[in-house]
Design a protein around this ligand. Structure first.
Ligand code: DSN
Length: 389
């Protein structure tokens, strides 16, 4: 039985943790940013590595007793570099938002222009949105998807030429198409901007060759380790050698104190898992499942932004169904299916109750869903959303 020590020490918390573990098994999770950490990852996370302080980097710490922690961090960095064919990896950022802020602080000065996708067009808060520190410290030049729900590289090039940003973020939380990294590089070069690829949503698909890799093109690539991998909460920053020192310095001591050594060990485990044939099969299945879900929902007259998907997710515009994203989210959750509300491009509604929902297939694929299950799931989603109550 798991959690026996917790049960004894804190029965109230035990009940909550145990109930949450059961809830995660009971619900069908289509939240595009969620997945299940593997048992090996959870063991590394819950290990005594949690107890160590190791400010600094391997071979250069500000505390003693880090000989083994050094080996662990070096292993995580080496595995990240090998998996993505990268020149340098930093594995200390606590999660995606802090990683992005550290990267900006390394490459930009307050007030500089940062060109990132608008939130309603698939971007992320940390890509310069005004409610995020990134939008308060830097000036966001927001870009949009075209009317077909796809990136229009010509329009992006024109915007970059007009605004001359210092950094371009190519990265998305709700964009279902593969990305023209070479095109982004060309645009960045045309205005002498840095290019940051935020592949938090797709890193596992990139690592296994299912989607194009930005590593050759971007100055910096970052990703979280809990969405597309069976990994812990955390982030990895990859960069060219010439930026390694300033990126490392920005993470520590610029932004953070002691790294979470247990999370770093768990990241290393997740990256090892990601290099296996089993994981490659999983990554392929994630995409097959997402394509099937998009096709089946389209057949049921759901409007998928960009008419389909190349990756694990899709955004569904519910306007023709006379439902808001929040209403659909609640109706589905009441029946055990979790999706997250989502803005659609040029959404007339606000982000708290937007016009769409976002669905992703990482978690259900980990649980073994195949296209036959997906077809039933699409029918079930439609049946729930079509009910009047
Ligand atoms: N909030 C996450 C997502 O759902 O995409 C990204 O940080």
């Amino acid at each position: 039985m798991p959690y026996q020590n917790l049960k004894k020490a804190d029965p109230q918390m035990f009940k909550l943790v145990d109930a949450e573990a059961k809830r995660q098994q009971k619900f069908i999770t289509l939240i595009a940013s969620e997945n299940y950490a593997s048992p090996a990852v959870l063991e590394a996370l819950g290990s005594p590595l949690n107890n160590k302080y190791s400010e600094g980097y391997p071979g250069k710490r500000y505390y003693p007793g880090n000989e083994l922690v050094d080996k662990i961090e070096i292993l995580a960095r080496e595995r990240a570099c090998k998996l993505f064919k990268a020149e340098h990896a930093n594995v200390q950022a606590l999660s995606g938002g802090p990683a992005n802020l550290a990267i900006y602080s390394a490459l930009l000065k307050p007030g500089d222009k940062l060109m990132g996708a608008k939130l309603a067009h698939g971007g992320h808060l940390s890509h310069g949105h005004k409610v995020n520190f990134s939008g308060q410290l830097y000036r966001q030049i927001g870009y949009e998807l075209d009317t077909d729900g796809r990136l229009n590289m010509k329009k992006l090039a024109a915007l970059a030429k007009k605004e001359k940003p210092k950094l371009i973020v190519a990265g998305f939380s709700a964009y279902s198409r593969d990305i023209d990294w070479a095109g982004f590089r060309k645009i960045a070069d045309s205005v002498k901007a840095y290019l940051l690829a935020d592949i938090s949503h797709t890193a596992g698909l990139v690592a296994t060759g299912q989607l194009k890799s930005p590593v050759k093109y971007a100055d910096v690539v970052m990703f979280t380790t809990h969405k597309s991998f069976w990994g812990p909460r955390g982030a990895v920053i990859l960069c060219k050698k010439y930026l390694a020192e300033i990126i490392d310095r920005a993470v520590f001591p610029g932004f953070q104190g002691g790294p979470h050594d247990n999370a770093i060990a768990a990241i290393a485990v997740a990256l090892k898992e990601a290099s296996t044939a089993k994981f490659k099969t999983y990554a392929k299945q994630v995409i097959v499942n997402a394509k099937t879900l998009a096709t089946e929902l389209s057949k049921l007259n759901y409007k998928i932004i960009s008419n389909g998907t190349d990756n694990h997710l899709m955004v569904v515009d519910l306007t023709n169904k006379n439902l808001t994203g929040k209403e659909a989210e609640a109706k589905l959750a009441a029946q055990g299916i979790l999706v997250s509300r989502s803005t659609i491009p040029n959404d007339p509604r606000g982000p708290f109750n937007p016009s769409g929902i976002r669905l992703g297939t990482y978690a259900i694929t980990t649980r073994g869903f195949k296209p036959t299950d997906i077809k039933k799931l699409a029918q079930r989603i439609d049946a729930i959303l079509s009910r009047n109550t």
